[in-house]
Design a protein around this ligand. Sequence first.
Ligand code: NAI
Ligand code: MG
Length: 335
Amino acid sequence: MTQTITVIRGDGIGPEIMEATLHVLDALDTGLQYEFAEAGLVALEQSGELLPAATMDSIRKNRVALKSPLTTPVGGGFSSINVELRKRFDLYANVRPAKSFPNTKSRFDSGVDLVTVRENTEGAYSAEGQAVSEDGETATSITRTTRRGSERIVRYAFELARKTGRKKVTVVHKANILKSTSGLFLKTAREVAAEYPDIACEEMIVDNCCMQLVMRPEQFDVIVTTNLFGDIISDLCAGLIGGLGLTPGANIGTDAAIFEAVHGTAPDIAGQGKANPCALLLGAAQMLDHLGMADKATRLRGAIVATLEARDGVTGDLGGSGTTMGFAKAIASRL
Ligand code: NAI
Ligand code: MG
């Protein structure tokens, strides 16, 4: 049976890195069919909507999307398209691997190999009860943490560890201060962890975790945490391995999954063929794992590493002078 995926080319550098990524996927002979759908500024200009119904239908039908970054116009009351996609498809798990690559400008050319699993739908980002008092002096908002939300994200992390041969899950929290919300998360995490005696479980308070990540990142394997902490920690981890050009992210729910690069539309270099396609390519590798094509995902990651090792065609963000498509072709030639 042929698998069709929804492909969103996006804004800014989006179309360039998507073209490069599809070039490599074609060379990998995945057999995937692409259904192109628009979202973001391109969609707004074409159809008057940032997230057209046809795009939603396509994702709902195919259940898997590969997505380039999108511009949400500032002002005009538009809510973030990415937040909207997460909400509408209940994409509760944000999975961000961070693994050292050779010849990057990072401080850690080896040793980092961790995955952050961030709860993507609740916590401090539940956007409930947002209010500023009439005199403008006091602002409040509700942090909602549920047992169900905590349980499914922690379970996702342990299942991921088991499936990928990882040995340890670190539960990151602030239950010493945020006794109710972070407390419920930690209590639920302990209950779930008890069901996985084959995987070590460690607890760490978020501030200490940040320090440990910078000092000794190689001690981490899988990190699972709530929305706000996960947002911050996963960017910190991107910084450990050489930045945005090398960091993918998956947004996974029960009925749909969207794979992407973590970076934005990079308007400063858009249209110039300078963008590094690796983050989206690594997102595509996560997608191949999700689709049960782990062998192809491994080949793709191996070709990226070999290309970085040879410094063949690498882009400006990695100190080279290659083009987006040139880099992609160098990777494709090493598959
Ligand atoms: P950005 O990630 O677009 O750019 C930050 C810096 O990193 C820029 O100097 C850029 O040139 C560089 N950069 C990013 N990706 C690169 C790549 N693949 N290769 C080489 N250099 C790269 O972040 P910024 O400037 O904060 O946001 C720009 C726009 O992107 C905004 O409209 C924002 O809303 C949107 N955005 C969209 C996201 C998404 O759709 N997932 C995520 C983050 C931002
Ligand atoms: Mg973020």
